[in-house]
Design a protein around this ligand. Structure first.
Ligand code: OFO
Length: 164
């Protein structure tokens, strides 16, 4: 693969890793704030992002490239509400989607259909994750500042996401 595509895939490794640490930080905030359902949700998201990162690392190495294990950005840890937490979630997913589309664009420009094909899995994954993030944020916007609503949201988040 050409250097430009390898560099983009290595950037993507970093974005997935950053997302994993960001969600871990969000899980930890939720746990400390008494939202154990939300904490479990973000611990699981963090694991998923780690799996996405590893999938890329292996792909780059298996295709004769060299995966770079990056230094990560410090995740935000200071959230003032569940709304802020889920806004951060949606923003993070939208950023990752944009980067994936960039890779796809460069693959098409360079007629690299192997990487293009591999990246389709990420396109589908992003569609799902963005839609979950949007739905949960919509629910929180309806709930507003209602404490009982937050309690129920936290209690039901596992079933809410399973039903999406
Ligand atoms: Fe890696 O799936 Fe979202 O960001």
């Amino acid at each position: 693969m050409i250097a430009e595509i390898q560099d983009l895939l290595n950037d993507q490794i970093k974005y997935e890793a950053n997302a994993s640490m960001q969600y871990m930080s969000m899980a930890s905030w939720a746990e400390n704030t008494g939202f154990s359902g939300v904490a479990n949700f973000f611990y699981a998201q963090s694991e998923e992002e780690r799996a996405h990162m590893i999938k890329l690392v292996k792909f780059v190495n298996e295709r004769g490239g060299k995966a770079v294990i990056p230094q990560l950005d410090e995740p935000s840890s200071d959230f003032d509400s569940l709304n802020t937490l889920f806004e951060t979630f949606l923003k993070s997913e939208m950023f990752v989607t944009e980067q994936i589309h960039k890779i796809i664009y460069v693959c098409l420009e360079n007629k690299n259909y192997n990487v293009h094909n591999f990246m389709q899995w990420y396109v589908t994954e992003q569609l799902e994750e963005e839609s979950v993030a949007r739905d949960l944020l919509d629910k929180l916007n309806i709930i507003g500042n209602d404490k009982t609503g937050h309690y129920l949201f936290d209690r039901d988040i596992a079933s809410i996401t399973a039903a999406e």
